[in-house]
Design a protein around this ligand. Structure first.
Ligand SMILES: CCCCCCCCCCCCCCCC(=O)SCCNC(=O)CCNC(=O)[C@H](O)C(C)(C)COP(=O)(O)OP(=O)(O)OC[C@H]1O[C@@H](n2cnc3c(N)ncnc32)[C@H](O)[C@@H]1OP(=O)(O)O
Length: 156
């Protein structure tokens, strides 16, 4: 049995995200785990994720970086406190900022590897750097500022 992914610990009410929600049947449903100090997601884009024939749409790559990094942010907070991810209080992070640089075209039809590293944890905010690789070559690099959701998120 593979060890659970970060997303396996998301409560049902926050499991509808297009990128990482296990309850979103049309979503990417990415799964992220620690490999040492780095977090890793592996995902094979589908034909509908095409930009130019044969190459992956940049928005899909941004989604991978985004949800990989918000999951990494939550896991990093638990890790910093030496707590298991199924313990309370729960950490819930949303994207405050998402930056992606596209370094080279990303081929479609192969498994992509997203690797993340926690750059810093500052109060309620975690900054995560991530790379996307195809066939061993880094094709995109991103940085996410993830912020802890406040009570009443989305209420105006
Ligand atoms: C594991 C077990 C359970 C875990 C369970 C996890 C569930 C995980 C939920 C899944 C969900 C999917 C997540 C997918 C990723 C999305 O796609 S999320 C959807 C897109 N994002 C949004 O809708 C967020 C909308 N924005 C907001 O709600 C608010 O602006 C924010 C981002 C929460 C910040 O609001 P705030 O906390 O009231 O504001 P604030 O105190 O000013 O900001 C906090 C910190 O972030 C910084 N910050 C804010 N905005 C920015 C910015 N644009 N640039 C840089 N820094 C910024 C602030 O400077 C501040 O830093 P410090 O001053 O403390 O150093």
């Amino acid at each position: 049995m593979p060890e659970p992914a970060f997303q396996d610990y998301y409560p049902e009410n926050v499991s509808h995200c297009y990128g990482c929600g296990s309850l979103n049947a049309l979503g990417l449903r990415i799964r992220t785990r620690w490999e040492g100090d780095e977090s890793v997601t592996r995902f094979t884009p589908r034909p509908e994720h095409t930009a130019i024939p044969g190459f992956v749409y940049g928005g899909l790559l941004a989604s991978l970086v985004d949800c990989h990094s918000t999951g990494t942010a939550a896991a990093a907070m638990y890790r910093q406190e030496g707590r298991a991810m199924d313990t309370l209080p729960a950490y819930r992070f949303v994207t405050a900022s998402l930056h992606v640089d596209y370094l080279a075209p990303t081929p479609l039809g192969v498994e992509l590897e997203v690797r993340g590293r926690v750059k810093r944890i500052e109060g309620r905010k975690v900054v995560v750097e991530a790379t996307v690789s195809a066939l061993g070559k880094v094709t995109a690099r991103g940085e996410v500022v993830a912020a802890q959701m406040r009570e009443g998120f989305g209420q105006v």
